[in-house]
Design a binder for this molecule. Structure first.
Ligand SMILES: [Zn+2]
Length: 179
């Protein structure tokens, strides 16, 4: 089973992941996060509300599942957007063939509304796709996108409320042009 959770910044993806793993049998799963996301510490997944769960760093440049214990039935990965689809998807397929459940969460789109990393491609092959929404900073409607509050062009820019906001399709252009 492949389950993908996708949404913009502040839509509760990491909260969803932490709630999910909290219900699993200890020792039956591993929770990975990309090694480049060091916003809140190296070995932990943390939500924007401060909820946290211990996580294992996964190297985005050299993804390696070969050290996983045989008895693991579930692999959970947060921030799928930091992984390249070409590198991650074949490895996920391999793990599915071994009978493992894969649950992943991430941003579907970057701040320019372009597909971001492995989240969107994986959502298309998922058995279950859960789309989360935030609240639009401008009009309060369901927000499916993120916008950047600072003038930095690099796609990989870690940040929280001071750097990013969430918005609906209609408000994206207006909020993005405020930078
Ligand atoms: Zn709006």
């Amino acid at each position: 089973m492949l389950t993908i959770v996708g949404g913009p910044m502040f839509s509760g993806k990491t909260t969803w992941i932490i709630d999910y793993v909290t219900k699993l049998t200890p020792g039956s799963f591993v929770l990975f996060k990309p090694n480049i996301d060091t916003r809140f510490g190296k070995d932990v997944c943390v939500t924007h509300h401060g909820k946290s769960f211990p996580a294992v760093n996964l190297n985005t440049k050299k993804i390696d599942f070969s050290q996983l214990k045989e008895e693991l039935t579930t692999i959970v990965i947060d921030e799928l957007n930091f992984f390249s689809p070409d590198a991650l998807i074949p490895l996920i397929k391999e793990q599915q063939k071994k009978g493992r459940n894969i649950i992943g969460a991430g941003l579907l789109y970057d701040y320019k509304r372009q597909p971001f990393g492995a989240t969107l491609p994986l959502s298309k092959t998922a058995d279950s796709f859960i789309r989360l929404y935030a609240r639009c900073d401008r009009c309060g409607k369901d927000a499916g996108h993120s916008y950047r509050k600072v003038d930095v062009k690099n796609q990989f820019l870690l940040g929280a409320k001071e750097t990013y906001g969430a918005c609906c399709d209609d408000c994206w252009e207006i909020l993005s042009s405020n930078v």
